[in-house]
Write a protein that binds this ligand. Structure first.
Ligand code: SF4
Length: 355
């Protein structure tokens, strides 16, 4: 079986090459091909000898070359692209590229599926299948990077907010982020990385111990205990006031303001009282709120609030001096399929209907 080279730390690669009888400096050259030129085929690594390329091909696999892009969805405004990726073991994950004024940002998945069973999320429908590896997390960035590199652009931000709960795959997620941070890899600053959790407190505390200025986002979505437990069962194990307290400690120690994600569901969590309560919980905290008008899921009774209601919710927060933004409607037309592309793919595979 071949060894995976993608995501391998440089010293480990140097040792692996030495065992093959290759010179140490070749490791740097290979790093340059993989992570700067985004070339994932040894045959194209033209400054290596022919015999060496052959040997590398026989010894190593390169994950981005083995991941199949099954489906691509482009938003009508051309600023967002979602891809469904089939991993070598046949599992599928979704990754999203967003083009902002300040550059390109990739939203990566951390697990295949998710065990958190949030009521509004298709990723949690059937539970987690498995954790993603360091290479699989980093490769999601590089699949987009490879395309951007041709135009002289690179991904400059990473958000771990795709399928999966990052804190339940802690080691691989943070190893992947530290790998992507390296100057000879993607050179993405920690301040341009965000990890989003549904509120796994031990994970937040572990993240704090890393002492890296990575941004923390909390999927909050409700501030009434019963409602939050209904929408997010994780609330039963980690009640949201404790999550906010842990996040505040993180903000204090990292110096990074915490972002609270709040999906606005019409007539469920968008009342004046909800906004007042949210403001009360976050008052004097180093926190901002990112409001996400829901994509309608009629079968679940989820609808997007009217614009007037959204504005009213924002104005209440702002009156209490809470920094609140409404998520820019990037790729609204493809957001509707969040987590659903994978679910559909899994269904088709099970029925053997995939083309
Ligand atoms: S919203 Fe996030 S934590 Fe909740 S089920 Fe979906 S992927 Fe998991």
């Amino acid at each position: 079986m071949k060894t995976e080279i993608f995501g391998m730390p440089l010293p480990q690669l140097q040792t692996a090459l030495a065992e093959l009888g290759m010179k140490k400096f070749r490791a740097k050259q290979i790093y340059d091909w993989l992570y700067q030129k985004c070339v994932f085929d040894f045959a194209q690594m033209s400054n290596l000898g022919k015999a060496e390329r052959q040997l590398l091909q026989e010894t190593f696999s390169v994950l981005p070359a083995e991941i199949r892009v099954v489906r691509k969805l482009d938003s009508a405004d051309g600023l967002t692209q979602k891809i469904l990726l089939e991993l070598p073991d046949g599992n599928a994950i979704e990754t999203v590229l967003m083009h902002h004024d300040y550059g390109y940002s990739v939203c990566v998945s951390s697990q295949v599926g998710c065990d958190m069973h949030c009521a509004f999320c298709a990723s949690g429908l059937h539970g987690a299948v498995r954790n993603l590896t360091v290479a699989e997390i980093a490769a999601q960035v590089y699949l987009f990077d490879a395309r951007l590199a041709a135009a002289g652009e690179r991904v400059s931000r990473v958000v771990v907010m795709g399928s999966g709960e990052p804190m339940l795959n802690f080691d691989a997620v943070f190893e992947a982020l530290q790998f992507l941070h390296q100057p000879d890899v993607a050179n993405i600053g920690y301040r341009n990385m965000t990890v989003s959790t549904c509120g796994i407190i031990p994970g937040i505390q572990k993240m704090q111990k890393l002492e890296l200025p990575i941004n923390l986002a909390i999927s909050l979505h409700a501030v009434r205990n019963e409602l939050r437990s209904e929408l997010m069962p994780v609330n039963q194990g980690f009640p949201f006031p404790d999550v906010i307290a842990a996040a505040e400690e993180y903000a204090t120690s990292s110096g990074r303001q915490v972002t609270y994600e709040y999906i606005l569901l019409a007539d469920i969590n968008d009342s004046d009282r909800d906004a007042e309560l949210l403001a009360e919980y976050l008052r004097y905290k180093q926190a901002g709120v990112n409001l996400i008008p829901a994509n309608p899921v009629p079968e679940k009774g989820y609808f997007r609030p009217k614009m007037q209601r959204i504005e009213r919710f924002v104005s209440i927060l702002r009156r209490h001096r809470i920094h609140a933004t409404v998520r820019k409607e990037m790729g609204k037309d493809i957001n509707a399929a969040c987590g659903q592309l994978r679910a559909a793919f899994a269904g088709e595979k099970a029925q053997g209907t995939r083309s």
